[in-house]
Design a protein around this ligand. Structure first.
Ligand code: C2E
Ligand code: CA
Ligand code: CA
Length: 278
């Protein structure tokens, strides 16, 4: 009937169709990204505010697509999650981060590295075993690694996630709650998680110097985290004004374009060598 054909028309709108095909082809390409060596990690420094030293970086995934060039994670992580490819990507990231950490350590650079996990990674019991194997093989200090998870990811299957987080934590790594403030956060639940660090989402930090509400949220989040014995990282620090406010709020570390953009490994190595020389 008329109603039905109208909805059919909506389903097969040309624009949508092209978008759908593009996504399908991306999923296929993504399956080959790891074996083809198309993934790479960028590293963004995190500065300790009291000492002004950089002792940590966050690894951020990039995909060098043979036709489309560099694709940012926001354009393929969700696809990878829906198609189940994310586990392969995370395994690659985990291995590469630990290898890079060992390489820096061998060069006399004590740099911790944070990496991002997705919700599906917490639904798999294989990750802690893989982590333990890589740690044993590369012999890095496990406390040099920070695993970042979002509140939303943890909430998806809270009981099972907690079990996986506890097993990861037992390997000696650090755990951070990422994008804090953007998801549905139950503080009583947060209290039960074996986390060491809380990262305040950039949406609060970026407008902080202009927006009184954002400043209040950032300041009280820092207080709350400290009262729970957690370290705090602010992401999205773009201005001196934001940096000064974070200092006055006693925030522990800052990450953002003001300090540095994410850099490819070779550039990050040079940057870090120069920064730790001083
Ligand atoms: P995130 O974990 O919140 O990472 C921070 C994002 O903010 C990064 O974007 C970073 O480049 C960007 N950023 C850093 N400083 C600033 C700043 O001062 N201003 C602004 N406007 N942005 C800043 P990126 O690299 O595009 O990553 C986007 C998201 O993709 C990440 O958000 C993370 O959720 C996800 N992601 C990245 N790498 C991985 C990965 O290896 N695995 C998984 N599962 N997710 C990843
Ligand atoms: Ca992150
Ligand atoms: Ca964020």
């Amino acid at each position: 009937d008329a109603k039905e054909s109208r909805s059919q028309l909506q389903l097969y709108r040309p624009g949508r169709d092209a978008e759908h095909l593009y996504r399908l082809s991306l999923v296929n390409d993504l399956r080959r990204a790891v074996p083809n060596g198309e993934l790479l990690l960028y590293y963004q420094p995190k500065m300790q505010l009291c000492s002004r030293r950089v002792v940590n970086v966050e690894a951020l995934l990039r995909w060098r697509h043979p036709q489309h060039g560099i694709i940012p994670p926001d354009d393929f992580i969700a696809l990878a999650e829906h198609s189940g490819i994310i586990r392969t990507l995370t395994d690659w990231v985990l291995h590469e981060v630990i290898r890079q950490c060992a390489e820096w350590s061998a060069a006399g650079m004590d740099i911790g590295i944070a990496l991002n996990l997705s919700a599906m990674d917490l639904g798999s019991g294989e990750l802690p075993d893989l982590l333990a194997r890589h740690l044993a093989h590369y012999r890095i200090d496990p406390s040099q690694l920070v695993l970042e998870v979002t509140e939303t990811a943890v909430m998806r299957d809270a009981l099972y996630s907690l079990e996986v987080l506890n097993r990861l934590k037992a390997c000696g790594v650090m755990l951070a709650i990422d994008d804090f403030g953007t998801g549905y956060s139950s503080l009583s639940h947060l209290k039960r998680l074996p986390v060491d660090e809380l990262k305040i989402d950039k949406s609060f930090v970026m407008g902080m110097a202009e927006d009184e509400d954002d400043a209040v949220i950032v300041r009280s989040t820092i207080e709350l985290a400290h009262n729970m014995g957690l370290k705090v990282v602010a992401e999205g620090v773009e201005t001196e004004a934001a940096m000064e406010m974070l200092r006055s709020f006693r925030c522990d570390s800052a990450q953002g374009y003001l300090i540095s953009r994410p850099m490819a490994a070779a550039d990050a190595t040079r940057w870090l060598a120069a920064a730790t020389e001083e």
